[in-house]
Design a protein around this ligand. Structure first.
Ligand code: GTP
Ligand code: MG
Length: 480
């Protein structure tokens, strides 16, 4: 069903309170100009949300109020017809530099836009705020107030709420820098209630947002399946001529092998990032993210993936035979393991002297020029769990980076030394079994099994992604 009305909301308020940041986050557009300097936005700018080529809602960024008390005084002295007050205000002050911003910000409202009023709730209410609120009330347009706390100060919240209840149809706490997908949906749900006429159109917007989110999750799950498939089957083959320095060749190849895998992973992450429309500015990982570590670093393998015990259990679940289980805890390394899965020798990170030797080199044949040697694929299911954890943590960082945010303050860590910081560690047998089957199928020649197990993995990942987007947890943080 299509609706004629495209809901339109003007984001208004005092200078520097975070109006542009709110627009940026709501419209998922990181090209909106957000700066620490008051008076940054000087003209109205419309940011449409387009889904499937169709504009479904518009957010208008506006300059901050300039002389709200004088504007209000003019309105109090106005004696003409009520309905004409705002048009007359705009006509009377056209070109007047003292009322330039107030005129500009009121224009879209006079034309019919709804109002989203933004205040920084970490400071007290002032007289000038009351004047702004009163002007907005006089417009008679549907209006919602958003408390966007720039600092973690809650002492003034009640004061704000009290004033807001007198002037607005709805009040919401919404942090432009931290708002998640779920909070954006909630805000839209709330907007529905401020004006009945917008209900159906906003309902359409909400379903479109939800469907698009599912679509992005489905594509992300696809990207992760591709990533696993490619990385878990990657190998390099070379001819070892008679006079080649074997050691140098081995080291060179191993380096090349690891760099290629890292590149494949990096590209998968960038694809995910694009899906969530983080294009414009340089995305920074949270300070304590485990993703600052390289894929093949010791820390990565320590904090991500499963514990040795879980790995053995996972192998057992898919019917694989356990070869030798090495308790590396004695060597101070609690994250390595030897398992033999389906007859293949798996090697742990530590057991082979670190990540750089994770992929083994072996002779796979003879050719005229010499021995044919192959490096990879990596025969260690932990590699799959580490890749999965990294992809899921990356996803959680990306979706929780609100578009209005322009920096990344250091947040609290969620994991202490020795504790796993990934998601797979907490998975139940069923999920681990799905990964195990996918891993085993990749190593078989059974095309049907490969297709089936990939489908199961994708479906499971879609669930996992949706859960991450609805959860308030921060994933992948460690103490350095
Ligand atoms: N910590 C924090 N900072 C915020 C938040 N929202 C906005 N800011 C910062 O506050 C400053 C002003 O944000 P803008 O969105 O440009 O403010 P504005 O209301 O559009 O300002 P003008 O266009 O000048 O009226 C920027 O430095 C933002 O990064 C928030 O939720 N938390
Ligand atoms: Mg602005």
């Amino acid at each position: 069903m299509t609706h004629e009305i495209i809901p339109e909301f003007a984001i208004v308020g005092h200078p520097n309170e975070g109006k542009s940041a709110v627009v940026s986050t709501l419209a998922e557009d990181d090209s909106v100009r957000v700066t620490p300097y008051p008076g940054e936005t000087t003209v109205c700018q419309t940011f449409p949300v387009i889904i499937d080529g169709k504009e479904i809602i518009r957010f208008i960024d506006t300059p901050g109020f300039q002389s709200p008390r004088n504007t209000l005084a003019w309105m109090k002295n106005y004696r003409g017809a009520d309905a004409r007050m705002f048009p007359v205000y705009l006509e009377t002050h056209a070109g007047d530099p003292d009322f330039k911003d107030d005129s500009r910000l009121l224009e879209p409202i006079v034309k019919g836009a709804g109002i989203i009023y933004v205040v920084d709730g970490s400071r007290p209410v002032r007289k000038v705020d009351l004047a702004e609120m009163e002007i907005l009330r006089l417009t008679g347009r549907p209006r919602m107030a958003i408390i966007n706390c720039k600092e973690d100060e809650t002492a003034y919240l009640e004061q704000w709420k009290l004033e807001f209840r007198k002037h607005f149809n709805a009040v919401r706490v919404f942090n432009a820098n931290k708002a998640t997908y779920a909070e954006r949906i909630e805000l839209l749900e709330n907007l529905k209630s401020i004006d009945q006429d917008w209900g159906p159109a906003l309902e359409t917007v909400i379903s479109a947002f939800k469907e698009e989110w599912q679509q992005r999750n489905s594509l992300t799950a696809e990207i992760i399946c591709d990533l696993l498939e490619e990385c878990l089957s990657f190998s390099i083959t070379r001819i070892l001529a008679e006079r080649t320095d074997e050691k140098a060749l081995r080291e060179g190849l191993q380096k090349k092998y690891n760099r290629t895998i890292e590149k494949i992973e990096g590209m998968a992450h960038q694809k995910t990032r694009k899906l969530f429309k983080h294009n414009i500015f340089n995305y920074l990982l949270p300070t304590h993210s485990i993703l600052h570590e390289d894929l093949f670093s010791k820390k990565t393998w320590q904090f991500l993936g499963l514990t040795p015990r879980q790995l053995v259990a996972a192998a057992g679940m898919a019917g694989g035979a356990i070869g030798a289980v090495l308790d590396l805890a004695a060597a101070g390394l609690t994250f390595g393991i030897f398992t033999s899965i389906g007859g293949l020798l798996g090697a742990g990170w530590a057991a082979l002297g670190g990540g750089k030797h994770l992929a083994k080199m072996k002779v796979v044949g003879l050719s005229l020029g010499g021995q044919q040697i192959q490096i990879g694929p990596i025969q260690n299911i932990q590699f799959a769990f580490v890749l999965l954890d990294r992809a899921l943590i990356f996803y959680s960082h990306i979706i929780n980076w609100a578009h209005g945010r322009r920096d990344y303050p250091s947040g609290p860590s969620t994991s202490k030394g020795g504790v796993k910081a990934g998601l797979t560690f907490e998975w139940g047998d069923k999920k681990k079994g799905v990964c195990q089957s996918f891993y085993t199928a990749l190593r078989s020649d059974d095309g049907g099994q490969k297709t089936l197990s990939r489908k199961a993995l994708k479906e499971m990942l879609q669930d996992v992604l949706l859960n991450i987007s609805q959860s308030e947890r921060t994933y992948g943080m460690i103490h350095n």
